[in-house]
Design a protein around this ligand. Structure first.
Ligand SMILES: Cc1cc2nc3c(=O)[nH]c(=O)nc-3n(C[C@H](O)[C@H](O)[C@H](O)COP(=O)(O)O)c2cc1C
Length: 330
C-alpha cells in the first residue's frame, strides 16, 4: 500500500512538502498545478513550482515529487511536458479535477471531464513527449455535474497512456463537500487496467481504512487531512486506530515534534515569499492545524493580526518554536 501527498495549489507548496515528507510516511508527492495556457512553459517556471527538480525530483527527505500540468491544448501540454521532462522530475501528472471558475473558463481542469476525447488526446500527446519509463499519471474527479462519463474519462486517460489514475471521488459540482463517493474509485478500477488511487475526505486512520474497504484501492492520496494532521500518514502506517489520535499525551508529543518543523517551514517560506506575504502562509497552516492540535489555537490567536515577519519571529520564540538565539529573519 502507498500513501500519496496531494497537489494543493496555494497551500501545499515546496515548503510544506518539505516538512510533511520529513515527518514521513509518504511514498510520493505531487506539486500544485502548472497551468499551460497559450504558451509553452519555460524551465524557470517548473524550477519555481518544484525546487525539488534541483535535487533529482525528490524532497530533501527523499520523497519523489511528480509535477502536475493543467491545460486543454494537447500540443502545448506535450511541449511543456517535454521541457519539464528534461529537468528530470520523478514523474508527470495531469490535472482534470480543478473546479476553479478562472481555470475552468479557459477549458482547464475539471470542465474537461465533459470531453473524454480531449482527455485522450492530451494524454496521448503528453505520453509521446515523455521519455520511455517516466512515470505518467492523471488525477480526475468523477465528472462535471454528474458521474455519467466517469468511466469514459478513466478509459480515455488509461488508453491515452497514463500508467496510474488518481480519482478524487466527487464531481466538480460537489466541490469539497463530504461525502466522497469512494465506491466510484472501485468502479473506475474495474474499468481500466492501470492502478487507481483513491482520494477524498480521508482525515483519520479510520477514514483511511474505510476508504480502502469501500473503494478496494490499495493506495490512497491525502489532501487536507495531511495538512491539518502532519502525522496522519505515520499513524496510518503504525496501524494506530483513529481514536489513538485523540490521546492527549500523543497529541502533545506530536506538537513538540512539530515545533522545529514549524520553524523550518517559516524559514523556507521567508526564503521564497515576499516578506509581507510570508506571515499569511504561516497563519494559513497554523489555522488548519487547529483541527488537530489545541496548542495551534493559541499560536494562531497570537499570530492572527501580525503582518511583520519580525513580529512573527517574536511570537514563535514566545511559543518555544524558534529559539531566542536563532538569528531572526531580516
Ligand atoms: C486549496 C486546495 C488546492 C488544491 N489544488 C489542487 C491542485 O493544484 N491540483 C489538483 O489536482 N488538486 C488540487 N486540489 C484537490 C486535492 O488534491 C484533493 O483532490 C482534494 O482536496 C480532495 O482530497 P482531501 O479530501 O483529502 O482534501 C486542491 C484542493 C484544495 C483544498
Amino acid at each position: 500500500m502507498r500513501l500519496l501527498l496531494a497537489p494543493m495549489e496555494g497551500l501545499l507548496d515546496h515548503a510544506l512538502r518539505d516538512v510533511l515528507t520529513r515527518v514521513g510516511g509518504y511514498d510520493l508527492a505531487v506539486t500544485e498545478f502548472a497551468r499551460v495556457s497559450g504558451t509553452v512553459l519555460p524551465k524557470r517556471f517548473f524550477r519555481r513550482i518544484s525546487p525539488e527538480l534541483a535535487g533529482g525530483g525528490r524532497t530533501l527527505a527523499g520523497t519523489p515529487v511528480r509535477v502536475q500540468l493543467l491545460g486543454a491544448d494537447p500540443q502545448l501540454m506535450a511541449e511543456s511536458a517535454a521541457v519539464l521532462a528534461a529537468l528530470g522530475p520523478s514523474g508527470v501528472d495531469l490535472n482534470f479535477g480543478c473546479p476553479a471558475p478562472t481555470v475552468n473558463r479557459h477549458r482547464g481542469g475539471a470542465v474537461l471531464l465533459d470531453e473524454p476525447e480531449t482527455l485522450h488526446r492530451i494524454a496521448c500527446a503528453v505520453r509521446r513527449s515523455l521519455p520511455a519509463g517516466m512515470p505518467f499519471s492523471a488525477k480526475m474527479r468523477l465528472g462535471v455535474n454528474d458521474t455519467g462519463r466517469a468511466l469514459d474519462c478513466a478509459r480515455a486517460l488509461a488508453d491515452g497512456g497514463v500508467d496510474e489514475l488518481v480519482v478524487h471521488a466527487r464531481t466538480r459540482q460537489e466541490g469539497y463537500r463530504p461525502p466522497a463517493h469512494w465506491e466510484w474509485v472501485g468502479r473506475i478500477a474495474g474499468a481500466v487496467a492501470v492502478p487507481v488511487v483513491a482520494n477524498g475526505e480521508v482525515w483519520t486512520a479510520d477514514d483511511w481504512q474505510r476508504c480502502r474497504a469501500v473503494s478496494g484501492a490499495q493506495d490512497v492520496m491525502l489532501g487536507r487531512g495531511a495538512v491539518s494532521d502532519p502525522f496522519l500518514a505515520r499513524r496510518i502506517r503504525a496501524g494506530l486506530p483513529g481514536a489513538a489520535a485523540h490521546d492527549p499525551a500523543l497529541r502533545s508529543a506530536e506538537w513538540a515534534e512539530l515545533a522545529p518543523l514549524l520553524a523550518r517551514f517559516w524559514q523556507l517560506v521567508q526564503a521564497r515569499v515576499e516578506g509581507r506575504h510570508a506571515p499569511g502562509r504561516l497563519k494559513q497552516w497554523v489555522g488548519l492545524l487547529r483541527r488537530s492540535y489545541p496548542d495551534a489555537q493559541q499560536l494562531f490567536d497570537a499570530l492572527r493580526t501580525l503582518r511583520q515577519p519580525q513580529e512573527v519571529d517574536a511570537v514563535l520564540v514566545r511559543h518555544g518554536i524558534l529559539a531566542a538565539s536563532e538569528p531572526l529573519a531580516a
